[in-house]
Design a protein around this ligand. Structure first.
Ligand SMILES: *[C@@H]1O[C@H](CO)[C@@H](O)[C@H](O)[C@H]1NC(C)=O
Length: 216
């Protein structure tokens, strides 16, 4: 008897920690996001179910290549709750990543999601770095058909290591994974982080910091 209570307690502990570790679980079939609604909640309030239609669950166009004519040579086309309101409360989203030859998807993190990367064209190096103190780089070169995992919140990158375009379809464990680009956060904040602080952080002269900040 006691062991039953113990295992019940364990199950409750495990399931409750699961629900805390990702987007909230849905309590109904769907809660299509009311993107322009006045109610502010964690996620979006639900559109009146009677007004929901099939278009709320549809996104078209992920077969189209993103425009990689930019300094990074990469483009990510996101399908998150903003673009597909039916994703609200479901804890998933998707993206298409296009990288031109020589291009990179610079180091970044998704604060609310793990990521699965499926390469469907070309070859792509994918890597992530573990937390302090190890800061271990875990990286692979992927070919068409290969899938790589990036755990929740870790800094990661992709680069095209082939001669043609590289394309990946990405699955994410949040309706709104968020995107923090390491360089933008550190050097491109709307108000600069003090340069003497960054000079200490990077162990360089403040002039070097000034130069990098002027690039963002
Ligand atoms: C791609 O982006 C570049 C730079 O913003 C722009 O000049 C070009 O017209 C875009 N190409 C297409 C096909 O939209």
């Amino acid at each position: 008897m006691a062991s039953h209570f113990l295992s019940l307690g364990l199950i409750m502990l495990i399931t409750s920690s699961f629900s805390l570790a990702s987007d909230n679980s849905p309590l109904q079939d769907f809660c299509v996001a009311d993107l322009n609604g006045p109610v502010l909640v964690n996620g979006f309030a639900c559109k009146d179910p009677k007004l929901v239609n099939a278009d709320d669950f549809l996104f078209r166009g992920l077969h189209l290549a993103g425009n990689t004519s930019n300094p990074d040579g990469s483009q990510s086309t996101r399908v998150t709750v903003e673009h597909l309101p039916g994703l609200n409360t479901l804890g998933i989203s998707m993206a298409r990543l296009d990288i031109a030859p020589g291009g990179v998807n610079v180091p970044h993190t998704h604060p609310r999601a793990a990521e699965m990367v499926l390469v469907i064209e070309g070859s792509m190096q994918v890597g992530f770095v573990t937390s302090n103190p190890e800061n271990r780089l875990i990286s692979k070169v992927l070919q068409k058909g290969d899938v790589f995992i990036i755990p929740d919140g870790l800094v990661h990158f992709q680069r095209n290591v082939g001669h043609g375009n590289a394309v990946a379809i990405v699955a994410l464990s949040s309706q709104n994974p968020g995107l923090i680009t390491a360089t933008n956060a550190v050097f491109g904040a709307n108000q600069d982080i003090p340069n003497d602080l960054l000079a200490k952080a990077f162990q360089v002269d403040v002039k070097v910091v000034d130069q990098i900040q002027s690039n963002f």
